[in-house]
Design a protein around this ligand. Structure first.
Ligand code: PRX
Length: 651
């Protein structure tokens, strides 16, 4: 139960006892079913990563130093040379797999494209030459602002091939967000499209790009892919149709070996607040990290598996587990352009059935939405091809985990809950599906090669209970800094606990040493001196059979310091009273965590990548004017909640 009052640490309230060992049938065919990777890595993590770099990546020149660590800066595989595009394409074609399908692409309206490794290689070579023709050179930055179409993958790989760093901006971001990111990166070229499909309609991108480019002096050329068919204005001399450039591009562009520490990409992350940070990732270490994790976390059998990650290439998940990890491993994957509920709520399951997807990777926000829509949707389809299912992006509530396990994984598929960040480059904490006994809601253990510890406020290591998640030693995919802002890099990640990377997340360890993520520490509530994580109260709410999704925040309270206010979305057709829910929380995790008030809402405010924005809910609960709402996916959700909060204050 709860800890003593005034504990400086985060309370440890929720107890989850269900356990799911890998089945013998799964283990029989798994890449790893014993603990040897953990054993080897714990002896010498650098040597372990060097083995992974040798086994999973092709190098033009071997490295002379595995890792140089001058805190907070690390370099990996120093002296080594390689080309990321070569690793993702050429080596598979050279090995005789040119006709293998790399991407089954499905457009939202139902149009499809089947793209082989040989096709991708041809396309990437031509586009590399087209970029060179526009003056792009090694070391330059190129911005990409595209829908989920194959050309996004081509553009990223073409940049990698010629040593230009890409900076992908999610297609749902505004022209101002795009302009800010272009200006920070000082990009030379912007690659965009006329428009893309979303909810059955074309959303225009080129007009947004035009507006952005009117305030980005560094952009010399704009390349436009035709997808939406919407009318666009082309600026003579500056704008070029992708298909026109490709029609005249030379077919061969040799993959030039790059130094292991060559900048591969910038990816801007804002979290839920603050000016976006340009997270820097480099070549050899990053590719090693994502190739290794994609192979082992998903137990990838590239000959037979069909892999599908539902993220957008605009996020780190899309970079690492749509583009670089899967293609480096020679996987066959599905890429889908649109939303999960077009034309109906079963679109994703129809795609799983159609392409016989065997590995499926999505986010808790999607899983909770599927819960809201009901089990009838997946039940309309044959999901028997699935073998492994994964989750990323937020803590997955135990009940959402169980729903996913039972209704999508059909009780058969290991669930891999993968904890990582834009900054970590690749997966850090996750089960290995053939090895780890999972518990619903726990990301379990650091992967072999990764060091993670939970510490208290003073930085002392704790072995049980709640605290702060830290990473104890460098790893190959770690960020190399924040573009143009070394001070912020030092302050954000390395100053709270000297010598450790602080991820900004709370975490707890249970009696068996399992790690449980507790959400961002900025969201932790303080109720009568108890530090209570939002995740645990939300999970208690979601464990009620009527609840699909919940967000809780601490609002100022004269008596208890902060009081817990909950916002709850019910499952389709379900109903429950506020009082029953409050009592349910008290029963699950204790009276201290009982929400003072519960508001029912059809939706929660979320970032465009699907994370709940508790900061805004706190503003609503405390009756403040809303601050920055530009990162919100659907601003009408909070306006509605605000109206209701004002009404309830008048009551
Ligand atoms: O709070 C953690 C949460 O997402 C944050 C990282 O967000 P981002 O950089 O956008 O990357 C998301 C995709 C990797 C983390 O600090 N997070 C991510 N995965 C999990 C998670 N929280 C709990 N469990 C996870 N599996």
């Amino acid at each position: 139960m709860s800890e003593a009052t005034d504990s400086p640490n985060i309370s440890d309230l929720l107890w989850e006892q269900r356990k799911f060992p890998p089945s013998a049938a799964f283990q029989a065919n798994a890449l790893v079913s014993e603990t040897h990777l953990y054993d080897i890595a714990s002896e010498d993590y650098e040597a372990f990563w060097a083995t992974q770099a040798t086994e999973t990546v092709t190098w033009n020149k071997p490295w002379n130093t595995i890792c140089e660590w001058k805190s907070p800066y690390s370099k990996w595989f120093i002296g080594g040379e390689l080309n990321v595009a070569y690793n993702c394409l050429d080596r598979h074609v050279e090995a005789g797999n040119g006709s293998k399908v790399a991407i089954h692409w499905e457009g939202e309206p139902g149009d499809t494209r089947t793209l082989t490794y040989a096709w991708l290689l041809d396309e990437v070579q031509k586009f590399s030459n087209a970029l060179k023709g526009l003056g792009v050179q090694k070391g330059d930055r190129v911005n990409i602002y595209l829908p989920m179409i194959p050309e996004a993958v081509v553009a990223m790989l073409a940049c990698a091939r010629i040593g230009a760093a890409h900076s992908v901006v999610f297609g749902g971001f505004s022209s101002q967000a795009l302009a800010d990111r272009i200006n920070d990166a000082e990009a030379k070229v912007l690659i965009t499209a006329d428009g893309g499909y979303r909810r059955g309609e074309v959303f225009p991108l080129k007009p947004q790009a035009d507006e952005a480019v009117s305030s980005t002096p560094t952009i010399e050329h704009v390349v436009v892919v035709k997808r939406g068919g919407n009318a666009v204005t082309m600026h003579e001399g500056r704008d070029h149709w992708y298909h026109d450039l490709m029609a005249v591009a030379e077919p061969v562009c040799v993959a030039e070996p790059m130094s292991s520490e060559q900048l591969l990409f910038l990816l801007y992350t804002s979290g839920t607040t603050g000016k976006p940070k340009g997270i820097m990732h480099t070549t050899g270490g990053y590719l090693t990290h994502v190739t290794y994790t994609h192979k082992y976390v998903f137990d990838l059998h590239p000959e037979t598996d069909v892999y599908w990650c539902t993220a957008d290439v605009g996020w780190i998940t899309g970079h690492s587990y749509i583009v670089y990890g899967p293609l480096s491993n020679g996987a066959t994957q599905v890429i889908y352009e649109g939303v999960p509920n077009y034309p109906e709520n079963d679109r994703l399951w129809s795609i799983v059935e159609k392409y016989k997807v065997s590995i499926f990777y999505t986010a808790p926000t999607a899983i909770r939405t599927f819960m809201k829509w009901g089990v009838e949707e997946p039940q309309k389809h044959d999901l028997s091809s699935l073998r492994v299912i994964g989750s990323v992006g937020e803590p997955i509530n135990p009940e959402a985990w169980m729903w996913y396990h039972e209704n999508i994984g059909q009780g058969r598929c290991p669930v891999v809950d993968t904890w990582w960040q834009t900054e970590t480059g690749g997966i850090m904490i996750s089960p290995l599906p053939g090895v780890t006994t999972t518990k619903p809601g726990s990301a379990t253990f650091p992967l072999p090669g990764i060091g993670a510890e939970v510490v208290d406020e003073k930085g002392n290591v704790i072995t049980r209970g709640g605290g702060y998640l830290t990473l104890t030693h460098p790893w190959p995919g770690m960020l190399r800094g924040i573009w143009g802002d070394p001070k912020r890099f030092q302050e954000t990640y390395w100053s709270k606990f000297p010598g450790r990377y602080f991820a900004g997340d709370g975490a707890k360890l249970d009696d068996d040493g399992y790690l449980w993520l507790l959400g961002r520490v900025d969201d932790v509530m303080n109720v009568s001196g108890h530090r209570i994580s939002t995740t645990e109260v939300e999970s208690a709410l979601v464990s009620h059979p009527s609840v699909a999704e919940a967000a809780v925040v601490g609002a100022n309270d004269a008596t208890t310091g902060q009081a817990i206010i909950a916002y709850v979305t019910l499952r389709g057709g379900a109903s429950v009273s506020e009082n029953d829910l409050r009592n349910h929380v008290a029963k699950e995790i204790g009276a201290i965590a009982k929400p003072k008030a519960i508001f029912f809402t059809p939706d929660l405010p979320k970032t465009r990548s699907g994370k709940i924005m508790r900061r805004l809910l706190r503003d609503v609960a405390e009756g403040r004017n809303l601050g920055d709402t530009t990162t919100l996916a659907d601003a009408s959700v909070v306006t509605e909640l605000q109206k209701r909060a004002a009404e309830s204050n008048e009551d």
